[in-house]
Design a protein around this ligand. Sequence first.
Ligand SMILES: *Cc1c(COP(=O)(O)O)cnc(C)c1O
Length: 382
Amino acid sequence: MTRIPDPCVPFVDLAPQWAQVRARVLPELETLFEASAFSLGPWVAELEDALAGYLGVRHAIAVSSGSAALHLAVVAAGIGPGDRVLVPAHSFIGTIWGLLYQGAVPVFCDVEDATGTIDFADAARRLAACEQQGLRVRAIVPVHLYGQAVDIAALLDFAMAHGLEVIEDAAQAIGARWQGRALGSFGAMGCFSFYPAKNLGAAGEGGLVVTDDMAMAARLRALRDHGQRERYVHEEVGYNYRMDAIQALVLSAKLEHLDDWTEQRRALAARYNALLADTPLRLPCTVHGSHVHHLYVVRASARDALRSHLQRHGVQTGLHYPVPLYRQPCLAGIVPAADEGFARSEDWACNGLSLPLFAGMSEGQQDRVIAAIHGFFAGKGR
Ligand SMILES: *Cc1c(COP(=O)(O)O)cnc(C)c1O
C-alpha cells in the first residue's frame, strides 16, 4: 500500500458546512425530538415553502432521495411500459431508475463535447430512428450535469416540436439559472437530490420534485405517501418516499448559506481554470446559463496515470462517471446491445477526472492540487 503524505486533500469535506450550521441545527433538533415530529410535518412543510420560493416555482414536494424524485416524476407523467424516453448516455444511473421501474425504455443520446450534457442534434436523430420503427417517444430527461444547464433554448424548441414531456434531472444543479430562471423550473417537473455531497446536502438522504401544476403537485404528494390523499384511502399504488423531518431541518439551515457556498465554488472553479490553463488538460467551460460547479471535471488523455499520481501526492479525485449508461450490465436485454455513436460520451467517461472542489476548500488545498498536476506534466513522479 502506498502511504498518503499528510495533509491529504480530500475530494469533498463537509465539515466546513457543518461548522456554519451547527449552532442553529443542534437546538432545533432538541425541539424536533421533543415534538416527535419525524416524518413529513412542519419542518418538511417549511423546507418546501423555502425551496419553492428559492427556485421560483409554485409547488415543491420533498421526498426521500433524488432517485425517488425522478421515479415519482416518471409515474406522474404517465410514462409506462414500452414508452421510449430520451436520456443522455453520460450520467449517473439514478437518472434512469424511475424509467426502468415503470417499464419504459431509455433511448440514449450522445452528449456535447464542451459540456457533457445531452446533444439535441443527436437526440433528434435518435427520435427519428424510433419513429421510423413505429416507436413512440414520450419524454426527454435532460440532465444538468456537473451543475451546468443543458442547452435550454434547444431543449424547449425540441420538446415543443415533438410534443415531448420534459422531466429535468437537476440533481447536481440547485441554484443554477438560465436567463434568470432556475434550472428545474423549465420542464413539467424538475428533480433535485440532497445526497450529502450534493451542493445542498442532507445529513442522510433527500430529494425534491418541483412543478407549477397544482393537480400534478397533489398527485405527487399522494404518491410519496402510500398513494393517499385522505388517510387510509389509497387511490392509486403509492410509495413510501416521504422526507424525514431531521433532513428538512438540516436542509433549511443550509439553504440560507447555499448562494454563498455557490459563490465559493465559482471562485474555486475560476481559479482552477486560470492556474491550469498552461497544462494539456481540457478544462470545463460554462456554455449555457450559469454554472454551480457541483463537480469540476477535467479531461486528460492519461487520466488513470494522472489519477494515481495525484493519489500518491495526497490528492483525492473522483470519476463521474466512468461507465456510460448504455454499457451498464443491468440494461442487457432492455436496450439494444453494441449501440454506436457515443464517441463524446466515451470521451467523458474514459478521460474525465473530477478534482477536489467544495465549499470551504482553502486556496492552500487548491494550490496542492494544482502543484501536483503541474508535477505530473513536468514528468516528475510519473
Ligand atoms: C445524485 C444524482 C441522482 C440521484 O440522487 P440520489 O439522491 O442519490 O438518489 C440522480 N441524477 C443525478 C445526475 C445525480 O447526480
